[in-house]
Structure formats: structure tokens, C-alpha cells
Write a protein that binds this ligand. Structure first.
Ligand code: ATP
Ligand code: MG
Length: 503
């Protein structure tokens, strides 16, 4: 007798793209891409920021239309002009930027668009049961009635996955799905991907995490500057060999040199008993030139600590002192005046003005702070901005390009570059290298270390333990809104992990 696995395996089609090309104005971002993905295969797509990975996935998902080439499912040419064409063919795209309706519940989001003409009670009962089953299968722990907008980003992504599964997706295209997840959620997702593939779902995955890709995928496709470089079995590859193919030249990965904090360095930041709805009685100090890392699970209060310090989240007690001066609570204006800068987690909502040019965004941080005559200021600023764009390698950004038209990773770099122009006294950074390719990541780490060496007091929040440990002088671990452990930079990964999880 056939096992269910075998029965299911035949349901996903072989998916072939041939001669796919995409242009924006004069620039060609994908050129003549041809490759096939087998049913039930886990296929990785890799390349540097701006290589065209998201563009290729968006074409498969119908989010944008290709200018050239065809997509075939089992040798049958299909026309994918919009998302619903892709969905009808069993292809679901989970984008870099999640697309849930924040004011609807988990349940409503999962079955969105299918309630239009069957709003009956019976229908919603059936949907609730269906969701129940999907939750059991995936092991995601979500309250079906919770508002999507209230969920942390990791759980929002789980809702997106459930939505795709509820639609019966046979080909799941995921754009950097693990970039927003913590270690535990990541492990859970990888498990879900593996079991979906075992049951016959094809998964096409974009990721910058080399080890993760190598441990997961059957084959890997490398894109470089919009071109298909190669598609190969993952088994013969190492992280280094992949990088070589992605970049097309030798790269060295320097762990940034984090200089010890001089003993005489004075305390710049003092946080005392800070509490908000998500943060409980948090106290710490950061000295000049010191990098303090905050580790912990998603929802443990890491980001909220930064937001409370910056005056962006309402605090209920405690205070922040910068260079001996106590800040008025809940005033972003005063935080900025005292020399504090925040590079937030969500570039789209908090950090960048999407519809304005890149150079303007980078310059934004300095516009208010300079009193030079307008003309001189503009000229200097232009020079500085172009130097910084160059140093973070903002590929694809031409003069006047809009932020919205940059690739995800390049948006992150632009966000970061904005503060480098004018080093602040205190820099708060949340997930500084999310979605950034490996070469750029090393560059951003280097820049954070440089800022510290110049005297900035830095607080870094990151879900990547290697990043927190490698970059910080000291590490605080948070759990349920509180600081529960403290380590120095010689801490092991396991020690830090354990303190984030254990009760
Ligand atoms: N709407 C647009 N207009 C102009 N250029 C665009 C537009 N969308 C994307 N691009 C350009 O296409 C190129 C490829 O972008 P894409 O988002 O596919 O890169 P990516 O490989 O996903 O990069 P990342 O790793 O940073 O996410 C980039 O140079 C980007 O600037
Ligand atoms: Mg992308």
C-alpha cells in the first residue's frame, strides 16, 4: 500500500523557469534565468544583496511580472501575471516584508479572501477546525483569535506560512524566512520545512545564512548581478565555496576587532529601574566606547528596552541618564538632543522614508544638527553621503534612487549609513544585520566597532548569538522583560542560550 507520503509526493509539479528576465527602466535586474526545481525539493537561492533573489521569487509568486521568459509546471506553460494566478497554480510566496492585515485575527488572516461569499457560521467552524489541524501539524503555538498586528514578527511569519498551507500551496517560495526568527523559532521552522518537503511540497528558499542553507537544501542556485551562475547539489559545498560563487572573488571575513574599553572611560548611559508595559525594572550602564549586547528570545523585552530608553515606548517608572543628565521620560526629542540614536528593527515602519531618495534618507539624520550655511552644508553632506554609500556598498543605488527600489539588504545598509554620518554619543541598534549579505555584515560589524572605538556607547540587540557575542564587550540576557543574566565576551553560545530559555 502506498504511504501517504508517496501519494502526496506526486502532487507537486516540477517547476521550470526559462529565459526569465526583468528590467527596471535602463537597468536589467534579472537576465536569462533558467532552472528547474524538482517536486518535493528544497531549493536554496543565494546571492549578494541586490543579486535579484527577491525579484525571481516575486515573479514566481505573481507579485511582479517578468519581462521575458516563461514559467512551466510539469512542462505546461503557465501565465503568472498576478498573485492569484500563482495561488491558483499552487504557488505561494512568503515575502521579505510580511503582508498580514494587522486588524484581523490570526484565523481571519489565514483564510483571508475565502470568506467573501461564504460568511456562514458553518464555514467559520470548518476554518477553525482546519486551522487547529494546521497548528498541530506545524507545532506553531498561536491563538487563532489574536490580532495579527499584535503578534511579534516571528509569529506573524508563522501566520503567513499557515495561510499558504491553508490554500494548499504545493510550491512554497520563502524570502529570507529565518531572518526575523530567534534560535528556537528558527529550529522549529527548519523542521516544518523539512517535513513539508517530505510530504511533497516544494520549497524554494532565499537565505543569507550559509550553514543553515547547507543543512537544509537539496540543491542551491547562485545568482550574481541578476545572472544565473550555477545550480548544484548542496552536499559538495562549504560556506566558503558558496561565498566564492556568490561574490565571484576571494573575500576575507574579518571578525571585527573590538577594542577593550579603556579603564578610564566614563559612564555615558545609566538606565535605572526602567519599566514599561513590556520591560520590568531594567538597570544597566554603558561606558564610553563600550558595546553592550542584549540577547534573549523574541518577546523577551530586548527591543522594548531600546524603545523605552529612546522615549518611544511609554515608561511607567525608572529613568535614563546620559552623561550625568537625567532625561525627561517619554521624550524622543530629548533623547535625540542628548545624543541618542536608534536604528530600529523595522526599517519600513520606523527607520526609512521609503518614498524619498536614498541620499536624502542618509542625510536626514544630520539635517537638523548642522548650522553651517545651507550651500556649504549641502555640498559637504553630498560628499559625506556618497562616501558612506560607497563604504557600505549600496549597490543598485544610483543618484536619486528611491529607498523603496533598493533590495531588502541594501535598505538595511542605508538605514545604518544614516547614523554613521554623524556619530552619536549613544547608539541603540536593533538587529543591525538582518537580511544583509555576509560581506556587508562584516562591514557593518566593522562600522559598529569603529563607532565604539571613537567613543560612542553602543547597545546592540540581536537574535543571532554569534553576532551579540562577537561584537559586545558585555552581554545581558533578557527574559520576560527582565535582565536575568550577565556575561562578558568570553561567554559561550550555550551558556547564553541556556540563560535565555531556562526558568
Ligand atoms: N521597483 C524597482 N525599481 C528599480 N529597481 C529595483 C526595483 N525593485 C528592485 N530593484 C533592483 O533590483 C535589484 C535586485 O533586487 P532584489 O530585491 O531582487 O535583490 P535581492 O537579491 O533580493 O537582495 P537582498 O539580499 O538585499 O534582499 C536591486 O539592484 C534593486 O535595487
Ligand atoms: Mg531580497
Amino acid at each position: 500500500m502506498d504511504t501517504p507520503e508517496r501519494v502526496n509526493r506526486s502532487t507537486a509539479p516540477e517547476i521550470t523557469v526559462s529565459g526569465i528576465g526583468k528590467r527596471y527602466g535602463a537597468s536589467t535586474v534579472l537576465r536569462d534565468i533558467t532552472l528547474s526545481v524538482a517536486p518535493g525539493e528544497i531549493h536554496g537561492i543565494m546571492g549578494e544583496n541586490g543579486a535579484g533573489k527577491s525579484t525571481l521569487l516575486k515573479i514566481l509568486g505573481g507579485a511582479i511580472a517578468a519581462d521575458f521568459g516563461v514559467v512551466k509546471l510539469d512542462d505546461r506553460e503557465v501565465k503568472i501575471a498576478e498573485p492569484r494566478d500563482a495561488i491558483a497554480q499552487g504557488i505561494s510566496l512568503i515575502s521579505q516584508e510580511l503582508a498580514l492585515v494587522p486588524g484581523l485575527s490570526v484565523l481571519e488572516n489565514v483564510f483571508l479572501g475565502r470568506w467573501a461569499n461564504t460568511g456562514s457560521l458553518l464555514r467559520s467552524r470548518r476554518d477553525a477546525d482546519h486551522l487547529e489541524r494546521l497548528l498541530a501539524e506545524t507545532g506553531f503555538e498561536l491563538d487563532p483569535r489574536a490580532m495579527a498586528g499584535d503578534l511579534p514578527i516571528g509569529q506573524q511569519q508563522q501566520v503567513e506560512i499557515l495561510k499558504a498551507l491553508a490554500r494548499g500551496a504545493k510550491v512554497l517560495c520563502m524570502d529570507e524566512p529565518t531572518a526575523v526568527l530567534n534560535e528556537a523559532e528558527k529550529a522549529k521552522l527548519l523542521k516544518v520545512i523539512r517535513s513539508l518537503a517530505r510530504l511533497g511540497t516544494t520549497v524554494i528558499l532565499v537565505s543569507h545564512y550559509l550553514e543553515e542553507v547547507l543543512g537544509l537544501v537539496d540543491r542551491v542556485t547562485i545568482l550574481r548581478d541578476g545572472q544565473h551562475i550555477t545550480t548544484e547539489d548542496a552536499s559538495g559545498h562549504t560556506p566558503e565555496s558558496l561565498v566564492g560563487l556568490m561574490v565571484g572573488r576571494e573575500v576575507d571575513f574579518l571578525i571585527p576587532e573590538v577594542r577593550p574599553v579603556p579603564p578610564e572611560a566614563k559612564t555615558v548611559v545609566q538606565v535605572a529601574g526602567l519599566s514599561s508595559s513590556k520591560v520590568k525594572d531594567v538597570s544597566f550602564t554603558v561606558r564610553q566606547g563600550e558595546i553592550l549586547g542584549i540577547a534573549g528570545l523574541v518577546g523577551s523585552g530586548r527591543s522594548e528596552t531600546l524603545l523605552a530608553m529612546f522615549g518611544a515606548d511609554r515608561t511607567t517608572s525608572g529613568y535614563v541618564q546620559i552623561n550625568g543628565r537625567r532625561l525627561r521620560a517619554n521624550s524622543i526629542r530629548e533623547a535625540i538632543k542628548a545624543g541618542m540614536a536608534l536604528v530600529p528593527e523595522s526599517r519600513k515602519e520606523q527607520g526609512l522614508v521609503m518614498c524619498r531618495p536614498v541620499d536624502e534618507n542618509i542625510a536626514l539624520s544630520t539635517l537638523s544638527g548642522r548650522s553651517l550655511g545651507g550651500f556649504v552644508r549641502v555640498a559637504r553632506e553630498k560628499a559625506a553621503v556618497s562616501e558612506i554609500s560607497h563604504s557600505v556598498d549600496l549597490r543598485g543605488a544610483r543618484r536619486g534612487s528611491l529607498i523603496a527600489d533598493l533590495s531588502g539588504g541594501n535598505q538595511q545598509k542605508a538605514l545604518f549609513a544614516k547614523w554613521l554620518l554623524n556619530p552619536p554619543a549613544v547608539l541603540l541598534v536593533d538587529e543591525p544585520t538582518r537580511g544583509v549579505d555576509i560581506a556587508a555584515k562584516a562591514r557593518i560589524h566593522g562600522m559598529i566597532a569603529d563607532l565604539a572605538a571613537k567613543g560612542t556607547a553602543v547597545v546592540v540587540v540581536s537574535s543571532e548569538l554569534e553576532e551579540v557575542i562577537g561584537l559586545s564587550h558585555r552581554i545581558h540576557v533578557m527574559r520576560q522583560g527582565r535582565i536575568v543574566a550577565e556575561f562578558d565576551r568570553n561567554a559561550s553560545r550555550d551558556e547564553v542560550m541556556a540563560s535565555a530559555f531556562l526558568k
